[in-house]
Design a protein around this ligand. Structure first.
Ligand SMILES: *[C@@H]1O[C@H](CO)[C@@H](O)[C@H](O)[C@H]1NC(C)=O
Ligand SMILES: *[C@@H]1O[C@H](CO)[C@@H](O)[C@H](O)[C@H]1NC(C)=O
Ligand SMILES: *[C@@H]1O[C@H](CO)[C@@H](O)[C@H](O)[C@H]1NC(C)=O
Ligand SMILES: *[C@@H]1O[C@H](CO)[C@@H](O)[C@H](O)[C@H]1NC(C)=O
Ligand SMILES: *[C@@H]1O[C@H](CO)[C@@H](O)[C@H](O)[C@H]1NC(C)=O
Length: 905
């Protein structure tokens, strides 16, 4: 059969596409599940929304009870009238005499024990006597109230509270049965407390002494207020002043006052305490009025009242509220899926095995990209459809075409980004963990940090754009803008796209997508075929002076005793290289692989300067103990490993420079089967056949022949998924794959391991038939296989060829002796030995035990006939239980070579 030439880009793409379609069709449920994930998530969102709504409804049902004022959702058509009060410190923290105050007019500290400390209000101004007059008017007399005319009568008293105000001004927490309201008076008679009913609430009014003190300057007041707070003085004492007035230049004509008041709640929030402040103003105004018009005059400050409120029955749109974070996660969830899928193909070496059979990077990228794009697209479409279907405003209100553009650009960016990241990693586990951290981290950082920055007016726009270079934040930004539009209820339209900053986002993402895609593709190219840059330039120097390298200390010992056959192979290769001949299928020129030493171990020479020439039509067998470097060698030849120095030509193409061209004429049967569990044997072969550019009926025929030749055709085996195959069947399929399309060069790494004798013989016939137009390099542990299949053999020990030649030659060279065994009773041992010595003085006894002896007899010293007659003679003299004569086997050669090499190194 002729070869079919190199498959075109489209033929490769077609092959991969068909394989992937078959593969994905078998994994259809995985895909469907993935596409349905948004449905589940939308349903979860819906459930949360419904839960939230019903919770809110049940809360608003309670409106009408006493708790009305606390729930922000209850309507308050008639807010209550609240008596205005002053805020005063707790009894224990009211100002008393202290070291850090230079004033003697404050009360003694002992008042704290009895709870009778007065409430201090400070005054200052430009006219002391005027100030004295005003401050004397400020507090009223004894508590008096007309219960049938409550608020106006309360307004005559100076009421005060130590309780803070609540969240709103619809209720005053100070009015409660649990603690008193204070009435500030110039003097208190002991235990003066009055009951007071305020609406349904019964409380008590308690007298507290008010102290108005004069200070010379406003700076002095400031200082006193400052030090009065516990942080303000070295003794860390609380010494609080209730309030202070600066009367400035107020006189009979001008009224001009500054008021110090405390607006802090204990929780640190300020504001909302204004219900306590107006009374301070009314106090000083009334004092001034009294000063001007006499004691009977006053303006009554009867009540404060908040504006009526509508109930804000919850229509909180959870989707818009949680939207950006939630949907960032939902959309980013695709990232781990894509990334792990890419890294999985790398980890399982599926990508490289496809590449070895001629799949170019271009078709691989195109088809993988198209698949990820399709699945991402379906995923996002399903998100938008389901989201809209369950009525999320988030999706419904924003223009669908904007959403389409946004998601489309983003999923492209995400795929490109995944391709880029996948280049760095080779372990699925690592990459899975990393990807999920990235997904959740992006969401959380987006909502906690990026959103803050977005909303902060002082954060420069340019930095926002810079942050959006990170795809996770770009996604967050877009979703955030959608949610804002949904929240405001106007929806995003193309007219206001630029307002929301979406147009810049689109540009950033598109440009980034293009850049990342190109960069990732380039890196992929360089990392897979650009090793020439780093590795192969050493080649020319090593070729011109092979001897210099041979004397280097690490491999000197072995090369010193280079065998003539190995030397001959080297000369042949050097001759070929000098002539520039390209006709030979495989020419290895001083191929070396050194693994760098790690953790203080010395560096390891896996392959030391290998010269090898394998012409087309030859099967070259590589024998050697485990760890000799055979697999390193095969890996270099198949492009899995980069040679440390030296190179090899395959069909005239350099494996350092033109690996991609080498791949088109190569077949590989790796040591471990690299198969897709769900694809059948036939589908595997169809795929690889198409990669080898076999088309139409020729393809069907080739696949069928191939299946038959490895006996996978009968009994429907060909149409069972490879995952169900036994080890031997997988092995045979791998061999069939390596041979399909008649590649010029085939590497087989222990092809018949684990096969039963029948299938092994079968396989051998296949390989033998295939080798007519093909150069095959095969490693094996089976001498039988080597002898049967290989035209030439090389024994590979400790990184170098120890000998090379066809099996017969080798046996002749290294064997050169018969093995003679004889078993007698033990008293005749000596006789036997003497007889053997007699016919062959150089015979060597290699083994003896209880009458059984084994000799090696050099071939040139004996005729077989002599041996037979010797046996006859022996039989006549004593009993011979058994005897045998054998030619040396390849196994003997192997042991000999291997042990020689080891003992000499
Ligand atoms: C201070 O106020 C009193 C009234 O209390 C007034 O008689 C007096 O003239 C004022 N003094 C100054 C310097 O304005
Ligand atoms: C209390 O107020 C009512 C209504 O304004 C008035 O008729 C009554 O005289 C007042 N009682 C006293 C003791 O002032
Ligand atoms: C305040 O001023 C008066 C009179 O000018 C003076 O006697 C008094 O010492 C001053 N008080 C302080 C604390 O400076
Ligand atoms: C202001 O009021 C709060 C709350 O009652 C209190 O904790 C704080 O100590 C007061 N600050 C001053 C300086 O009086
Ligand atoms: C009130 O006092 C301030 C500060 O002394 C002064 O700047 C302002 O002109 C005064 N206003 C009146 C109306 O006297």
């Amino acid at each position: 059969m002729a070869t079919h030439g190199q498959a075109s880009f489209w033929a490769q793409a077609n092959a991969l596409l068909r394989k992937n379609l078959t593969y994905q069709r078998k994994n259809i449920w995985t895909n469907v599940r993935l596409v349905l994930v948004p449905l589940f998530l939308c349903l979860i969102l819906l459930a949360i929304q419904l839960l939230f709504d019903s919770l809110m409804n049940s809360v608003s049902d309670k409106c009408g009870t006493n708790n009305d004022f606390q729930s922000t959702d209850c309507p308050i058509p008639n807010p209550p009238l609240l008596p205005p009060m002053l805020a005063i410190p707790q009894p224990k923290s009211r100002a008393v005499k202290a070291n850090f105050f230079p004033y003697n007019d404050l009360p003694l500290e002992s008042c704290r024990k009895t709870g009778t400390c007065p409430v201090t209000i400070l005054f200052t101004g430009s006219n002391h006597s005027f100030g004295k007059a005003l401050s004397g008017n400020i507090f009223g007399g004894s508590f008096a109230v007309n219960t049938s005319d409550l608020l106006p009568s309360l307004a005559h008293n100076v009421l005060a509270a130590t309780q803070e105000t609540g969240d709103n001004n619809y209720a005053d927490p100070a009015i409660s049965k649990d603690f008193p309201v204070y009435n500030i008076q110039p003097q208190c008679s002991p235990n003066s407390t009055w009951p007071l009913s305020f609406g349904q609430t019964k409380t008590a009014v308690k007298c507290v002494q008010g102290l108005s003190l004069w200070r010379n300057t406003s700076a002095a007041i400031n200082d006193e207020l400052f030090k009065g707070s516990w942080r303000g003085n070295p003794e860390r004492l609380t010494n609080e002043i209730a309030a202070a007035y600066d009367l400035l230049s107020t006189d009979g004509k001008n009224f001009n006052v500054t008021i110090w008041y405390n607006s802090t709640n204990t929780d640190g929030s300020s504001g909302q305490r204004l219900v306590r402040v107006p009374r301070l103003i009314s106090l000083i105004s009334n004092a001034y009025l009294k000063f001007l018009k006499g004691p009977g005059t006053s303006i009554l400050f009867q009540f404060v009242k908040e504006v009526p409120r509508h109930g804000s029955k919850s229509n909180t749109d959870i989707a818009s509220l949680l939207g950006p974070l939630f949907f960032t996660w939902v959309v980013l969830l695709l990232f781990p899926v894509i990334l792990t899928s890419l890294v999985y193909e790398k980890q399982e070496r599926l990508r490289i095995i496809m590449k070895m059979h001629g799949l170019g990077d271009g078709p691989y990228w195109m088809i993988s990209y198209a698949y990820f794009l399709t699945i991402s697209f379906l995923y996002v479409v399903s998100l938008v459809i389901f989201g809209s279907a369950i009525g999320l405003k988030y999706f419904r209100i924003n223009d669908y075409s904007i959403q389409f553009v946004f998601y489309f650009i983003f999923i492209n960016l995400q795929i490109a980004f995944a391709f880029l990241v996948s280049l760095v990693f080779s372990k699925v586990k690592t990459v899975t963990v990393l990807a999920y951290i990235l997904v959740f981290g992006s969401g959380l950082l987006g909502s906690s940090l990026f959103e803050e920055l977005l909303e902060s007016p002082s954060f420069p726009d340019i930095w926002i754009l810079a942050l959006e270079l990170y795809p996770g934040f770009a996604l967050y930004r877009g979703l955030y803008e959608f949610s804002q539009s949904a929240f405001r209820g106007n929806g995003m339209k193309w007219e206001n796209v630029s307002e929301a900053g979406m147009n810049k986002l689109f540009i950033i993402m598109s440009v980034e997508w293009l850049v990342i895609l190109i960069v990732a593709y380039q890196i992929d190219q360089v990392s897979s075929s650009g090793r020439s840059i780093f590795f192969c330039f050493k080649k020319s120097s090593s070729l011109s002076s092979p001897s210099t390298q041979r004397q280097s200390s690490d491999d000197g010992v072995l090369i010193d005793m280079e065998k003539p056959d190995v030397a001959q192979e080297r000369e042949k290769v050097q001759q070929l290289r000098k002539e520039g001949s390209t006709g030979h299928a495989i020419v290895c020129d001083n191929l070396r692989k050194v693994y760098p030493g790690t953790d203080g171990n010395p560096k390891k020479l896996a392959v030391r300067g290998l010269y090898l020439d394998v012409p087309s039509g030859e099967c070259f067998g590589m024998l050697g103990p485990n760890g000799a470097g055979k697999t390193s060698f095969i890996n270099m030849m198949t492009g899995l490993l980069k040679p440390t120095s030296g190179t090899a030509l395959v069909q005239g193409f350099d494996i350092c420079k033109d690996m991609n061209k080498v791949y088109t004429s190569m077949g590989v049967c790796p040591q471990h089967d690299l198969l897709w569990e769900t694809l059948t044997g036939r589908e595997h072969l169809l795929f690889y056949g198409r990669l080898k550019n076999i088309k139409g009926s020729a393809l069907t025929q080739a696949v069928e022949e191939s299946l038959k030749s490895v006996s996978l055709f009968d009994g429907g085996v060909a149409d069972k998924p490879a995952g169900k195959y036994s080890g031997g069947m997988k092995r045979r399929l791998s061999v069939a794959i390596s041979l399909i399309g008649n590649p010029q060069v085939v590497y087989m790494d222990e092809p018949s391991t684990g096969l039963d004798p029948a299938s092994r013989n079968n396989l051998w016939t296949v390989i033998q038939r295939a080798k007519q137009n093909t150069a095959i390099i095969l490693t094996t542990h089976s001498m039988e296989e080597a002898e049967f299949l290989c035209d030439r053999l090389g024994i590979f020990v400790d990184g170098g060829l120890q000998c090379i030649g066809n099996p017969k030659e080798l046996k002749g060279r290294y064997g050169g002796s018969y093995v003679f065994t004889m078993t007698t009773s033990s008293e005749h041992e000596e006789k036997v030995e003497r007889m053997v010595q007699h016919i062959s003085p150089n015979a060597k006894k290699v083994y003896h035990l209880a009458g059984t002896q084994k000799f090696e007899i050099p071939k040139q010293e004996v005729m077989i006939a002599d041996l037979f007659s010797m046996v006859e003679k022996a039989k006549s003299k004593f009993t011979v239980f058994a005897w045998g004569l054998a030619d040396t086997t390849l196994e003997d050669v192997f042991f000999k070579v291997a042990t020689q090499a080891f003992s000499s190194s």
